[in-house]
Design a protein around this ligand. Structure first.
Ligand SMILES: NC(=O)c1ccc[n+]([C@@H]2O[C@H](COP(=O)([O-])OP(=O)(O)OC[C@H]3O[C@@H](n4cnc5c(N)ncnc54)[C@H](OP(=O)(O)O)[C@@H]3O)[C@@H](O)[C@H]2O)c1
Length: 271
């Protein structure tokens, strides 16, 4: 390994934004460790700069082992995540804990494992992929929303905690992106989706719109390019939007009163 090449770790790199970012950064000359539960899915893009590694973000021991083999870590990209689609009334204990186990505790576990290395280097960049739904609520996505609001909070707190060690922390809030997210990583609660559910009108109104917007969303390469910008610019802002829907709704949320914003969302999604 050339000593001037920066080392990047990405979680959930087997598809979507993680995969696009792994490929893009490796082509830009970074040494990328592309973490996945199924690293074999990355073997077809393995190269001198792109190394698939097994990384299960629910398992602290396996994360520590994976990180301990690396001499340095310049950039950590916490990308792995999925979306639980359930009403609060129907959710099971297992479903709600699992949503936080991946989207929130997974981020914290990997940060915990990587920070000692970054601290000893006196440098590092952590980029958390949250969502515009980390600032905006939607029905049926309460648990996903809560997990991404938490990622925004983690980003804010860690920025203070790590600034004296020259470690920058950022979040990216994507809008809807055309990845495998709608196909593979929207996990539904069966009861919520039953025909005789009290929420059936809400489900039949909102769910198809969300799926359609994800499948017609922006290209994951935009997130990869934004990540490179964040890496290259020392004073990059803490939280950045990506994609059309985030660029539309996040400024609107900032500008309008809570009540006016809510009215816009209700009208937009016919809720
Ligand atoms: N697509 C969108 O519209 C959108 C919008 C806003 C935010 N996001 C966020 O962007 C990130 C990347 O998603 P994507 O759109 O690129 O979707 P994707 O193509 O479905 O990729 C999601 C990745 O997350 C990992 N993952 C999913 N469930 C997991 C689990 N139970 N345990 C561990 N890892 C799991 C998978 O990693 P492995 O299989 O490789 O382990 C997978 O590669 C996620 O955090 C998502 O919440 C997506």
């Amino acid at each position: 390994m050339k000593t001037n090449q920066k080392v990047v770790i990405i979680t959930g790199a087997s598809s979507g934004m993680g995969r696009a970012t792994a490929l893009y950064l490796s082509k830009q000359g970074f040494i990328v460790y592309a973490g996945s539960r199924r690293p074999e899915k990355l073997f077809n893009i393995e190269s001198q700069n792109l190394h698939p590694i097994k990384l299960d973000i629910t398992d602290s021991k396996s994360i520590k082992e994976a990180i301990s083999t690396l001499d340095r870590v310049d950039v950590l990209i916490n990308n792995a995540g999925y979306g639980l689609v359930s009403t609060v009334e129907d959710v099971t204990e297992e479903e709600m804990f699992h949503q936080f186990n991946i989207n929130v505790f997974g981020v914290l576990r990997v940060c915990k494992a990587v920070i000692p290395t970054m601290r000893s280097q006196n440098s590092g960049i952590i980029i958390n992929i949250s969502s515009f739904l980390g600032k905006i609520g939607l029905p049926l996505l309460t648990f996903y929303n809560a997990s991404k609001y938490a990622v925004e909070g983690i980003t804010d707190s860690l920025r203070y905690e790590l600034k004296d060690f020259n470690i920058r922390v950022h979040s990216i809030m994507p809008g809807f992106f055309d990845t495998n997210f709608a196909r593979d990583n929207l996990v539904i609660n069966k009861k919520t989706f039953e025909e005789d559910s009290a929420y059936s009108t809400l489900v039949s109104t909102l769910a198809p719109q969300i799926i359609e917007q994800i499948n017609n969303g922006n290209n994951a390469i935009e997130v990869a390019q934004l990540i490179l910008e964040i890496i290259e610019k020392d004073d990059f802002v803490a939280h950045q939007t990506a994609g059309d829907k985030a660029k539309k709704f996040i400024p609107m949320k900032r500008e309008l009163s809570d009540e006016d914003f809510e009215r816009r969302v209700i009208a937009y999604y016919h809720l």
